[in-house]
Design a protein around this ligand. Structure first.
Ligand code: ADP
Ligand code: MG
Length: 483
């Protein structure tokens, strides 16, 4: 637990996140207009989205299903009856003058997100609710020196707002929460989780208190759109609040903006309260009633999610909590690993996938889907190590060549003549030559200077181009010099 040191002693940071996750749907929440990212401004706007008089919203079943899927994926309560409300406010990018959202009766109630801590332990963060709402449009202030333009492509796009309990205590935990949430929605296919395209963004609530004291007054930092920015915003904001309080001031509950260039937050407006929005049930929409059998069907169709998959990887493959966590973070990495590990040394397979392969993919900036090395090819390499055809050391060179050329492990070993020498005769010949060339050192070993044995192993390995089986070299050297 990391506390922040101030002048008056230690402070605890309290964090709650409100995440807006865009539903992966081709059509909007209340109209049939398209939702594709990057379209020409105002090319995807129906009369409903533009709030033309007399237009009526029609709920998109598919989006409702995705919200339920997500709720189930968060082990949350599904509310069979929920209500859409109008949240009234005036803004240029909100043509109707209200946003359709859910307030007192959201579609999903309390759930849980499990954080995988770097030391292998886990922590639970409560989810308060998930509700469905429509996105607003976008005001463009940078297109003209004097005018503001409005793009309504995003207006009406379905969002799931996922609200956490104030259960996080460090910026790291907030990062892990977002990571796990993103992992879950990606597994479910309910949101693509692309923060750089704005399909996942977070309002970050931060307060500070003396450990064990009452919750402090919070500030809400709006619309932070990367994991790194969320963490920076929390760290800056916590220190700012501590300084204000220690300087004799008080925190005003307010909405703030994160400035990613400066790494700071600044006041945007004083906090608006629910009553400011004049929420009331939208008379154009009936309450949403779900059939329990329909919910059960969705539950039955859920894929194996990251947490149960992680537990299975630890049990079935004997992996550490950390390695299992890395492997299950994305659906395709888990599947790739299992294809390598099936019928092989699972720990060795994990080392090659998380260490060598991920390391190289990262360095090359390549996604796993575009990996030049297939799971079958890594499997072949692991087989060659396991049956002593090559040593672990040589395997790294083979892997480099596989990554560069896309060729199979066996083909490269053949082509480059990298087969390990396990033939005792050949190794003995090399040992004899090394001993003959270093008779003085050999005498020293015989006289008890065991430290030099390692040096001899190194020389023999060198003489064989690294291809001798190191265990065999060791054994034969000992027999010759000590035996
Ligand atoms: P609103 O809808 O007005 O933003 P909520 O009560 O729904 O208010 O809370 C929004 C978020 O603020 C939640 O994620 C919650 O966990 C978080 N939160 C509430 N109180 C605090 C606090 N004292 N410090 C930090 N976060 C808080
Ligand atoms: Mg809020």
């Amino acid at each position: 637990m990391s506390l922040i040191k101030g002048e008056t002693g230690e402070w605890e940071v309290v964090i709650g996140l409100e995440v807006h996750a865009q539903v992966s749907s081709n059509a909007k929440l209340f109209s049939g207009a398209a939702t594709a990212f990057g379209a020409e401004p105002n090319a995807q706007v129906s009369f409903v989205d533009a709030a033309m008089p007399g237009m009526l919203p029609v709920i998109n079943d598919y989006c409702v299903e995705q919200a339920v899927r997500t709720g189930l994926g968060l082990n949350a309560q599904i509310n069979l009856r929920s209500v859409f409300d109008r949240k009234n406010y005036f803004y240029a990018d909100l043509p109707a003058g209200y946003q359709i959202s859910q307030y007192q009766q959201p579609i999903v109630g309390t759930g849980t997100i499990v954080l995988d801590m770097p030391d292998g332990s886990t922590r639970e963060v409560g989810v308060t609710r998930l509700h469905l709402e429509m996105d607003a449009g976008k005001s463009l202030h940078d297109q003209d020196p004097r005018l503001t333009y409005v793009d309504l492509n995003r207006a009406g796009v379905a969002l799931m707002e996922i609200v956490s309990e104030p259960d996080m205590r460090t910026s790291e935990e907030a990062g892990l929460y977002l990571k796990k949430l993103r992992s879950i929605v990606r597994y479910l296919g309910t949101c693509d989780g692309n923060m750089d395209e704005g399909s996942m963004r977070a309002d970050v609530n931060v307060s500070v208190r003396k450990p064990g004291g009452e919750l402090g007054t919070r500030c809400e930092i709006k619309n932070v759109n990367s994991m790194r920015f969320v963490q920076q915003a929390i760290e800056y904001e916590a220190r700012r609040q501590i300084e204000v309080i220690e300087g004799g001031g008080a925190i005003n509950q307010e909405t703030r903006l994160f400035d990613s260039k400066q790494g700071t937050t600044r006041s945007m407006r004083s906090k608006e309260h629910a009553h400011d929005y004049r929420y009331f049930p939208d008379p154009d929409l009936l309450p949403l009633e779900l059939d329990p059998a329909w919910v059960d069907n969705i539950r039955a169709s859920l894929p194996e999610l990251p947490d149960p998959k992680k537990a299975r990887f630890m049990k079935e493959y004997g992996l550490s909590s950390y390695d299992a966590g890395v492997l299950v973070a994305e659906k395709d990495t888990g599947a790739y690993y299992e294809a390598v590990a099936k019928g092989r040394d699972a720990k060795l397979a994990s080392n090659w996938v998380t260490g060598e392969l991920f390391g190289r993919l990262n360095k090359a900036g390549t996604a796993l889907a575009d990996s030049p090395v297939s799971a079958a090819a890594v499997g072949e390499l692991v087989d060659l190590i396991a049956d002593n055809t090559i040593s672990g050391r040589i395997a790294k060179d083979v892997f480099d060549a596989m990554f560069e050329t896309g060729k199979g492990a066996r083909a490269i070993v053949e082509e480059k003549g990298l087969k390990q020498i396990t033939d005792t005769g050949a190794i003995e010949t090399a040992i004899d030559q090394v001993i003959a060339a270093n008779a003085d050192k050999a005498e020293q070993v015989k006289a008890g200077k065991d430290a030099l044995l390692g040096w001899f192993v190194g020389q023999v390995m060198k003489a064989t181009g690294g291809k001798a089986n190191p265990a065999k070299v060791n054994e034969l050297l000992r027999a010759k010099l000590k035996g």
